[in-house]
Structures are given as C-alpha cells and as structure tokens.
Design a protein around this ligand. Structure first.
Ligand code: GTP
Length: 609
C-alpha cells in the first residue's frame, strides 16, 4: 500500500494522452514507434503477446483490448515517467466514446499528414480535444514523402486550428524521425494529472467490454481518490453496487495491482454481468463514501438510426433474439424490440448510433450467428405533432399517422463539414443543396482548399450522401458531421404497393417536393429487382390514397424446370439447388417473391443502384 506522499510523487510522473488524427494520417504507425521506444515492443509483438495471452485468457479468463497501455519512458531529465497511451475509436458514430476516452487524458498528439493537410476528422477531433481541455501537441507526419509540404501544413495548423505553427513537430512515423522530440514534448507539455489521492473515489469509465469468463471488464481513469481490491463500489448513474474483485493495468498484459490511485488508467473487474451497468462516461465511486461531484456530461446514448431486422427463415426468430441479446451484453448503445410486419412477419426494430454501427451489428449477426437477415431501409426518428396536439416519436415510417391527423413533422438535422480542393466546391454545394441542405459558411483552409459547412437533415446523410460525395469529388472530399437538433420539415409518408397491396416494410418518409421523383425511381428500381412471377405484378407508389407512380413487372414466360422435364435428374436437382440458393434472401410478400435488395432500394436516389 502506498503512503499519501508516494501517491502524489507517482501522480506527478504520470502523463495520460491519446493520438488523434484523420484516417490514414499515421496514428497506428506513430503508436507503434512510441511502443518501440518505451516498452521495447511493437504493436505487432504486442498482438503476438496477446495471442499468447489467449491461452492465459482461457485459463484466467480475461479479454485484452489494446486501448489503454501503460508504458515507462526514461526522459532526458533522467526521470522515468509513466505514460498511459489511450486509444480512441475512429468514427463519428462513436463520437461520445471518443470524447470520453479523451476525457481520461490531459493531452493529445494531433497528427496531420504533411501532404494532405488538415481534413474533416482532424478538425472534428480537435473540437473534441478542446471540449475536454486537453493540451494539444501538433505533429506534422510523413515529412519523408516527396509530396510533403510541412510549411504549408504548419501555416494551416496556425490559421485553421489556432495553434502556433512553430509548435508543430515535424516527424516521420515510418522512418522514425521526430519520435524523441514527441516523447520529450509529452513529458514537458502534457500536464501531470491533478486530484487528491485521499479524496472520495471518483473514477470515470471510458470503455467497458463483456468477457464471457469474467463478466464485464471496466476501463477506468481515476480522477480523485484511490480504489483497492475488495472494496464496495457503486455506479453513480444507476446506484448499483459491486465488490471489486481485481484491479490492474495493461502493459499490455493485464497486471494486477494492489490499488489504482489518482491519475491511473487501468481496469477493474467487479462481477458486473452487463455492460449496461457500466456505461461509458459514468462515474465509479465508493458505496460508503461517495464523491459529491460525479463526472459531468454523463449521458445515455440514444440510437439515431433504426431499421427492421427479420430472419429470412422464420424458424430463426428465436435465434435472432438470442443473438441480439448476446450483442447487447457488450454494446449498451444497441436497442431492439419485437415488431411484426405484415410483409416480413416477426422480427425486431433495432436502434443504432449511426450507419456504421448498424452495419457492424448486421454483419456480426450474419457471420457469428449464421442468421440470414432481411433488413429494411434505415430510418431516423421523427417527431410528429398530431392535430389533437399529442406528440409521437416515429422510428418506423409505416407507423406514421395519416396525413389528415398530422399537424407538423420534425426531423433531426446535422451540421456537416466538407473539406475539398477548390475545384470541387461547385459539386459539393450542388449535392448539399439537393440533399435539402441549408448553407451556413465557407472557409478557406489555404489557397487551395475549402471547408464548406451546411445544415442537412440526418435522413439525407443516411441515404446515399457519403457515396455520392466521394464519387462527385473523385475521393478528395473528407466529411464529418454532428447532430444539432430537430427542425420542422414538409414530410409525408410514401407507401409502396405490390400487386395492389401496401408493403409496410417498404414505406418511407420523404420530403413532399421530391416525392414524385423518388416514387418514380423506386417503382422503376423495384421493377428491375423483383424477378418475374407467374403473373403480372403492378408496382405503385402512393401518398395517402393517391397513386403517384407506377410500373409493371411482366409475367414470367416459361417454367425453368420445363426444359429438364424427363431429363437428367442431377441436372434438375442442381437447378433446384440453384433456385433455392437464389431464394435464400427472398421473402414472400403476399404472393410476390421479393429479394433483400428491394428493401434497401428505397434508399438511393441513384437510378443505377
Ligand atoms: N511515407 C510515410 N508513410 C507513413 C508515415 N506514417 C504512416 N505512413 C503510412 O500511412 C498509412 C496509414 O498509416 P496508419 O498508421 O495505418 O494510419 P492511421 O491513422 O492509423 O489509419 P487508421 O488506423 O486507418 O485510422 C500506412 O500505409 C503507413 O505506412 C510516414 O511517416 N511516412
């Protein structure tokens, strides 16, 4: 057990920091270099160690994730410092998690690519770092590249971010240039943690993962106080109490410690069964002597994007529920509830932080649990005020009340920042305009590049914004957004009818001005996607009772089996197998066979997709 003055002495030698960067600017490569210099291990060796540790994992049952490593650095002043390098997730869907990881630090290494300059996520990350009062150390990476323009990028850092250009450390993570300067800057410029080791415990959760053997492993940063094995702790958000079974740090192997004290970053195991009980951003304190001021800003994550998930094979309904329950153990942002669709049968309405989150979950269900899914087009949450003044939150377009009962509809908006070379400004503005964007601002980053800022409905981002942006700027645009709130829009529900029957799973909510165009594109796409049936199938789009677009799927001419009649049996079987394979992702809607692609086809405005 450490004495109070030892804890203070230790605290003053701690430096907690993250690396933040736009994708591909060199975050992993720099982390590798830092690991090499401080622990004589590269991250590849660490991965190997982790693989070795898998056996250990089975024996002792502990999952290791490389997201907070403790390193020792012997500095030029002769002292040995304790570094905690904290990893952050790299996607806007997880902005809150990024922000909490940063809240566990006092500093951030901001990497900017010497050839690319500042990009959209560079700026988004800087905002998060500033929100958390971090000391930002700018690094201009990849100076070894022939196309590097460190002076231009230095100027950009000064003009756009407002950090003195001369503070930028030129580096090449690849060739190992500037690494010592970076490590010394961490020692000198990143402040040591503050806080009283003898105060009531205040520890922030910045990540938590579910381990099948040990239950939940909570990643914590101690802001105040000291925690030891055997102590009774409680979660401030829900008041639930647990007993600490083990605490430790990752080096990257989990190493048990007697205590974690002010400034420490490590893990805690406390028989927690569900990550929902240890949510990112929450404060852990002692049950008997709780802190008076928990970490500010704890918020429960609300899903922003919803879709229906249905098993292709109706027998997989229970398996799908079990899969979702398992995933939920490790993902407190995932939500689901049972729903029934006339068209698709029994399934689940599921809520996600964003599109990437949604894709990850869908993919895991299919791969890890072997369940083929039909998913409906993603929808945002609409706020509907009815004529009787009641307010509804609608996350499933088919539940939108009839137009006569609707007073107003509000939809979530984002502030979108797009950075592009000058030549593409026109293309980007045209796209934003088409996506119902409201122009806010445009700033020059340098003589050549512009940051364009729009407010755009989230539903338009969910549609095909990103793909269209990439293709209309030849991949030069970088893009980031944040949710800013709700605004009223002139929105209506559009239904799709197959063979005269409304297919609830195909309903979408659209802006009235683009309804006709959208309807026309969708019925055409469905006509091409839905295979011919034995009979003619009309495809219609309607708003209320009014049909606004129509096309027809012609009847099939011949039975595929006809030509094998009486012929080779194996050939016939093969053909049937093939048909079955093709049917895997088909769903019988009424008496029409509809493929998975059809349910997503309502998404894109592009006629060719
Ligand atoms: N020439 C050069 N290439 C570099 C340097 N640092 C990183 N790279 C290369 O840049 C690419 C991206 O580097 P990463 O370290 O994977 O970038 P990252 O920011 O971690 O990327 P994500 O993990 O995808 O976000 C890789 O091909 C690296 O080899 C450098 O200093 N010079």
């Amino acid at each position: 057990m450490m004495k109070p003055e030892q804890r203070i002495e230790r605290r003053d030698r701690i430096r907690n920091f993250s690396i933040i960067a736009h994708i591909d600017h060199g975050k992993s490569t720099l982390a590798d270099r830092i690991l090499e210099k401080t622990s004589a291990l590269t991250s590849r060796e660490m991965q190997d160690q982790m693989l070795d540790a898998m056996d250990l994992e089975r024996e002792r049952g502990i999952t290791i994730k490389l997201n907070a490593v403790q390193l020792n650095y012997k500095a030029a002043d002769g002292e040995t410092y304790i570094f905690h390098l904290i990893d952050t997730p790299g996607h806007v869907d997880f902005a809150y998690e990024v922000s909490r990881s940063l809240a566990a630090c006092e500093g951030a290494l901001l990497i900017v690519d010497a050839a690319q300059g500042i990009e959209a996520q560079t700026l988004a990350n800087v905002y998060l770092a500033l929100d958390n009062d971090l000391e930002i150390l700018p690094i201009i990476n990849k100076i070894d590249l022939p196309s590097a323009e460190p002076d231009r990028v230095r100027q950009e850092v000064e003009d756009v971010i407002g950090l003195p250009g001369e503070d930028c450390i030129p580096a090449s993570a690849k060739s190992g240039i500037g690494i010592d300067e970076i490590l010394e800057a961490v020692v000198k410029k990143v402040p040591a943690p503050s806080g009283d080791p003898e105060a009531p415990l205040k520890a922030m959760i910045f990540d938590s993962i579910y381990d099948p053997y040990r239950g939940v492993i909570v990643y914590i940063r101690i802001m105040e106080g000291t925690v030891k094995k055997g102590e009774k702790i409680k979660m401030m958000a829900n008041e639930k109490q647990f007993e600490v079974q083990e605490i430790g740090v990752f080096t990257p192997k989990p190493v048990q410690q007697k205590e974690l004290t002010v400034g420490d970053v490590g893990y805690m195991i406390a028989s927690i069964k569900n990550v929902g009980d240890s949510q990112v951003g929450d404060t852990v304190t002692h049950a008997a002597k709780p802190t008076a001021d928990p970490m500010p800003g704890y918020r429960k994550l609300n899903p922003m994007v919803f879709c229906g998930m249905y098993p292709v094979d109706t027998n997989h309904y229970v398996a799908l529920r079990e899969a979702l329950e398992k995933l939920e153990l490790n993902d407190s942002a995932l939500q689901f509830e049972a729903e029934t669709s006339q068209a698709l049968g029994f399934g689940f309405r599921s809520g996600f932080l964003g599109l990437l989150h949604m894709e990850i979950i869908q993919e895991r269900i299919e791969r890890e649990f072997g369940i083929d899914l039909i998913t409906t087009a993603p929808s945002v949450v609409y706020e509907v005020t009815k004529t009787d003044e009641s307010v509804l939150e609608i996350d499933n377009p088919s539940e939108m009340p009839d137009a006569q009962q609707v007073e107003t509809v509000r939809e979530p908006y984002v502030k979108a920042e797009v950075m592009v070379p000058n030549d593409y400004v026109g293309a980007v503005m045209e796209l934003c305009q088409k996506k119902r964007g409201d122009y806010l601002d445009m700033k020059y980053l340098d003589a050549n590049r512009v940051n364009i800022i729009y407010e755009i409905p989230l539903s338009e981002i969910v549609y095909d914004f990103f793909d269209t942006l990439k293709s209309s700027t030849k991949g030069y645009a970088s893009f980031d957004y944040e949710i800013i709130g709700y605004k009223e829009s002139n929105l209506v529900k559009m239904d799709i009818l197959l063979n005269g029957e409304t297919v609830d799973a195909l309903s979408i909510i659209v802006h009235r001005d683009s309804a006709y165009e959208r309807g026309k594109i969708i019925v055409e796409k469905l006509k091409n996607l839905i295979p011919r049936q034995q009979f003619e199938v009309p495809v219609q789009a309607s708003i209320g009772q009014k049909i606004i677009a129509r096309s027809t799927i012609k009847a099939m001419r011949k039975n595929v089996l006809a030509k094998c009649y009486g012929g080779d049996v194996s050939r016939k079987r093969k053909l049937l197998e093939k048909q079955k394979e093709g049917k895997k992702r088909m769903k019988s809607v009424g008496n029409v066979e509809v493929p998975q692609e059809a349910f997503m086809s309502v998404l894109s405005m592009d006629e060719n997709k």
